[in-house]
Design a protein around this ligand. Sequence first.
Ligand SMILES: [Zn+2]
Length: 113
Amino acid sequence: MSERELKIAHTEALFRDVNERIAESARRFRSDDAEFVCECADPGCAERVRATMDLYEQVRSDGTHFLLVAGHEDTEVERVVKRPHRRLAIVRKFNEIVARRVRRLDPRAQPAQ
Ligand SMILES: [Zn+2]
């Protein structure tokens, strides 16, 4: 795996962890949607995008899917699979190395304790 692929996988996995906490508190307040952080490969990206909890759950059900501000996708490692609204893009890692890595870092893939 290249240095770049490793970095992308880790950056996006980190943003995913942040969003898991955002989703957790949104659920606690019984909110239908939330402002999520963009899960793109840019570690300096601080943009946020609104998504419904249903959509967020759909994205999280696949360890290789990520939620991005439309246009932030890195076409070398990911492909847009869904464009629910103008600001929001759902991407899938088609780069196998990155996909394997992010799947391993998926907090929901941990075996139940
Ligand atoms: Zn971004």
